[in-house]
Design a protein around this ligand. Structure first.
Ligand SMILES: Nc1ncnc2c1ncn2[C@@H]1O[C@H](COP(=O)(O)OP(=O)(O)OP(=O)(O)O)[C@@H](O)[C@H]1O
Length: 622
């Protein structure tokens, strides 16, 4: 009975109980102070209304704000517009042209009302939408646009900053500048120190993790003593526009804030700097690739399933200039030459030279020619194209291979002497019909299905060598004397690097690498002994490494065994030298014998070695 259950506070008789307490009629109008309150919670226990009103303490301010706007909305508009009436079975009526709402509550559930515009439970967004709609109805669009522009201009007049937006998607294409900025900021030292939250990413093909600005975070950067602010803005995409590919749900972008007075001074150079830096980071982070044109017997020189002439695998060679055992002065010289090369684009442009450089690495087997190439690639962050000449059938195929190499790469031809038909050595090498050995080669008619020396020369410094830039050609050989001068002349091979037998400085590097010995760890006596014999022993770094690896658990034994080996080799070389001296004119320089000799010298131990040594001595004596 409403008389018993409800105390009516609905102002000024707008709430009435009739039918002996069975019917409650409430009228809402624009005057405040109307309401009702349960005497024993009966009314609100059974209805959804109670549930909706039971908001947590944290939401109360929001609800109050929403209620306020609800009242505003109700008074501004009319009840027809503001409500969907779900108050059961016609118990609620909107009268007087939407100005009066009359609701009747009884014990039947299902009665209620719901806002059309969700004003009651709307978040602040709804409130703003209302304000906007109010604005829209009051101001015509032209006026609104003009006034916004005016306000904007007004603020800009007094602002000392200008802003640049760099969005992730530019139309339908990915904006490269966005990615560059992201990478660049990840390298900025201030982002590590000043930000408490950073986003971490690991790109495909990359072994390192980069960090970037989190959503709506900002960071200060300095360039040429000007300070700029970067802000990372992430917003939800409003609607899916038509695109050939699905767009991300979030709209991302960076906003760059620069002082107006710095804009003209730094903007262009700053953006160039960012792009360059990002490229460098990308290269550093990304795993390098090792390409080959060899197809393992599957009809070499052809194209792979995607029509590409090169196949690649991740390049993970751990060799660096740090681990490379060679004369430190020569090492530094090569490193500086490489650095100069990468940093001197403008020099090559100014002098009209193609931006490329050629290195010829020569020396006995096992002296680190391949390790040097790996160290170069790791130092510069370049990919390697390992060109197997014997798989290339014609000059045009060679050209195609060259065209498909990327910039910032090292193009390697190993053991070039083994790819050239040395029997033709006497002929002029730039004759077009000069044929190189290799599978399917040997046709010297010049009908296009052979690879010629001129083709190879064009490959290194002809017009075609300039497709792409910033490339390094590296040829290796164990027999430089067998190469034709045409291949060696500067411009083709700018730097000749002799990879020598182990010297004392390189021996120290190997002892450090393999046994962890630092300067001063070994006694002066041992060091002196090593220094005295190492060069006489003519031992390759590869052979030294082998002795050290074998005994790496027992450092003293390793050094002892190495010393013994060096002495033995030195003694043998001395004996051989004497024999040669005695025989004077006896020539043991016959190619085969020399080759045999070299192999004998290089092989560390075993009966085979003794046999070869005997045979050499025999030949010498004869
Ligand atoms: N200068 C060096 N510094 C460090 N390690 C070396 C050096 N030379 C050789 N080694 C070791 O010997 C192994 C063989 O060397 P590498 O293949 O680089 O020699 P190479 O001169 O290219 O030989 P080849 O002419 O037979 O191809 C390497 O894996 C490396 O461990």
């Amino acid at each position: 009975n409403f008389h018993q259950d409800v105390e009516i506070t609905w102002g000024d008789g707008r709430g009435q109980i009739t039918n002996n307490g069975d019917l409650l009629t409430l009228s809402l109008d624009k005057s405040s102070g109307s309401g009702f309150q349960s005497k024993n919670e009966y009314l609100f226990e059974t209805t959804e209304y109670r549930e909706k009103m039971a908001v947590s303490a944290t939401k109360k301010p929001l609800l109050l704000l929403s209620l306020f706007f609800f009242v505003v909305a109700a008074s501004a508009g009319n009840f027809y517009e503001s409500f969907d009436i779900t108050w059961g079975d016609g118990r609620a009526k909107i009268l007087e042209d939407g100005q009066l709402l009359t609701c009747t509550l009884d014990k039947i559930s299902g009665s209620g009302f719901q806002s059309k515009k969700e004003y009651l439970y709307a978040s602040l967004l709804g409130v703003l939408a209302f304000c906007q709609s109010l604005m829209n109805s009051v101001f015509p669009p032209e006026l609104r646009y003009a006034s916004l522009k005016l306000i904007n201009r007004f603020f800009q007049l007094f602002s000392s900053f200008c802003y640049f937006d760099i969005t992730e998607i530019d139309g339908v294409n990915t904006n490269e500048l966005y990615n560059a900025v992201q990478l660049y900021l990840s390298s900025s030292s201030s982002s590590v120190s000043s930000s408490t939250r950073l986003s971490l990413t690991r790109a495909l093909n990359s072994s390192s993790i980069t960090f970037g600005l989190s959503t709506n975070d900002s960071i200060v950067d300095t360039f040429n003593s000007a300070t700029v602010l970067w802000e990372h803005i992430v917003t939800q995409r409003q609607s899916q526009t038509f695109a050939w590919r699905p767009m991300p749900e979030e709209k991302r972008g960076f906003t760059l804030r620069i002082k107006k007075r710095d804009k003209s001074l730094i903007l262009d150079s700053y953006l160039d700097h960012i792009v360059e830096k990002a490229e460098e980071i990308r290269r550093r982070n990304q795993d390098r690739l090792l390409y080959t044109n060899s197809r393992g017997g599957g009809g070499g020189g052809g194209l792979d399933s995607r029509g590409l002439p090169w196949e690649s695998v991740p390049f993970k060679h751990p060799s660096t200039f740090e681990t490379l055992a060679m004369d430190p002065v020569k090492k530094r010289e090569i490193m500086e030459d490489l650095k100069d090369f990468t940093e001197c684009r403008s020099f090559y442009q100014r002098t009209g030279r193609a931006w490329k450089r050629g290195y010829l690495l020569h020396g006995p087997p096992g002296t680190g020619k391949s390790s040097m190439i790996a160290a170069m690639a790791n130092y510069l962050g370049y990919d390697i194209y390992d060109l197997e000449l014997t798989e290339v059938k014609s000059n045009s195929e060679l050209r195609k291979l060259l065209m498909k190499t990327s910039s910032k790469s090292i193009i390697v031809i190993e053991d070039i002497d083994c790819s050239i038909n040395l029997t033709n050595r006497g002929k002029k090498f730039n004759e077009p019909e000069m044929a190189l050995t290799g599978s399917g080669l040997g046709d010297e008619s010049g009908n296009g299905n052979t690879i010629t020396l001129s083709g190879l020369l064009n490959f290194t410094d002809g017009l075609w060598s300039c497709c792409g830039s910033e490339r390094i050609f590296v040829f290796t050989t164990n027999h430089i004397e067998k190469l034709d001068p045409a291949l060696l002349r500067s411009g083709r091979m700018d730097m000749h690097v002799y990879m020598s037998y182990c010297t004392f400085p390189s021996l120290k590097i190997l002892l450090r690498n393999y046994l962890g010995y630092e300067e001063g760890d070994l006694s002066d006596v041992v060091l002196k002994e090593l220094e005295g014999v190492v060069e006489k022993a003519e031992i390759t770094p590869a052979d030294v490494s082998e002795v050290l690896i074998k005994n790496r658990r027992d450092k003293e034994r390793a050094v002892g065994e190495l010393l013994e080996d060096l002495k033995r080799r030195a003694g043998r070389n001395e004996k051989k030298g004497k024999l040669r001296g005695q025989n004077g004119s006896v020539t043991v320089a016959d190619d085969d014998v020399e080759e045999q000799e070299k192999r004998a010298l290089d092989s560390p131990y075993g009966e085979e070695e003794e046999e070869i040594e005997d045979s050499i001595c025999k030949i010498s004596e004869e």
